[in-house]
Ligand binder design. Structure first.
Ligand code: AP5
Length: 257
């Protein structure tokens, strides 16, 4: 953002937002859910309120594809068919991102891990960096709804901002609210590619839900409700970790007296 062009009102709003963020708990969380369940949409809201960084492996890969990096050229082939990109490429892209200073307040893993191997790899990566996963949120949704959502989705590729011509339209049709740049319908949002993405989710990513459920840090949210209702529940789950933690701290202090 070019600060010299921002109005005083905008700057005050931004300062206020950042101050509110500082009061929020520092957390690392994973958003799990099939394509179109709302991971990107909810990540945007969490970013605004908690100032975490969003690590969307899909967005990171699309960036590499657009820049035609060697990793991007390999990834494109799999993405166009709705298949998973190799773990080797995804993990290497992710490690660089985890270390970025913007991730110091917390990380939202959006679209990662996508199979059991990536879940194991993430544990190792985070341990090495002295971090851990605090909460895993599963967005639960029916398959028919996914097709409707993807059909109406429009995205701003550079930022990853997500809109929907039916449920979440931009202020001006086809234009990103923040930058004024054009929105696009993603290449892999075609019905036949979408079918393959859902199949891959059921085969490879659904077992990751069980993986975290066994570890006791999974919460499942009904994602078939309006965006703000889903977010209210998600936010409560994140804040709840804080209050449980504070309650435990108070108990420990009480017994130590
Ligand atoms: P990626 O970009 O991660 O796609 P995805 O997981 O398939 O998820 P989507 O981005 O399609 O959906 P979303 O859940 O974010 O939903 P959104 O918020 O946009 O991955 C793309 C590809 O990259 C993969 O197929 C794979 O090839 C590769 N890849 C990525 N990560 C990888 C990994 N870890 N390993 C290997 N390969 C990897 O919402 C959808 C629409 O619905 C929007 O229009 C939105 O406005 C609307 N909407 C959202 N919530 C609601 C609501 N509550 N009510 C009504 N409408 C809503």
């Amino acid at each position: 953002m070019d600060l010299s062009r921002a109005t005083i009102e905008d700057l005050k709003k931004e300062l206020n937002r950042r101050e509110q963020c500082e009061k929020m708990p520092k957390r690392n969380l994973i958003l799990l859910g099939p394509p179109g369940s709302g991971k990107g949409t909810q990540s945007g809201k969490i970013l605004n309120d908690f100032c975490y960084c969003q690590l969307s492996t899909g967005d990171l890969l699309r960036e590499h594809v657009a820049k035609k990096t060697p990793q991007g050229l390999k990834a494109k082939e799999a993405m166009d068919k709705g298949q998973l990109v190799s773990d080797e490429i995804v993990n290497s892209i992710l490690l660089t991102a985890i270390r970025s200073p913007q991730c110091s307040r917390g990380i939202i893993f959006d679209g990662y891990p996508r199979n059991s191997e990536q879940a194991e790899e993430l544990n190792t990566l985070l341990q090495t960096e002295g971090k851990q996963i605090d909460k895993v949120i599963e967005l639960k949704i029916n398959e028919e709804e996914l097709y409707d959502r993807i059909e109406g989705r429009r995205v701003h590729l550079a930022s990853g901002r997500v809109y929907n011509i039916n449920s979440n339209p931009p202020k001006v049709e086809g234009i990103d609210d923040v930058t004024g740049e054009p929105l696009v319908h993603r290449n892999d949002d075609k019905k036949e590619v979408m079918k393959s993405r859902i199949e891959i989710y059921n085969q490879k990513t659904a077992p990751v839900v069980d993986y975290y459920s066994k570890r006791g840090n999974l919460a499942t949210i009904n994602a078939m409700r309006p965006i703000n209702e889903v977010y209210d529940e998600l936010k409560n789950k994140l804040l709840w970790i804080k209050s449980v933690w504070l309650d435990n701290l108070r108990l420990i202090k009480y017994f130590l007296k």
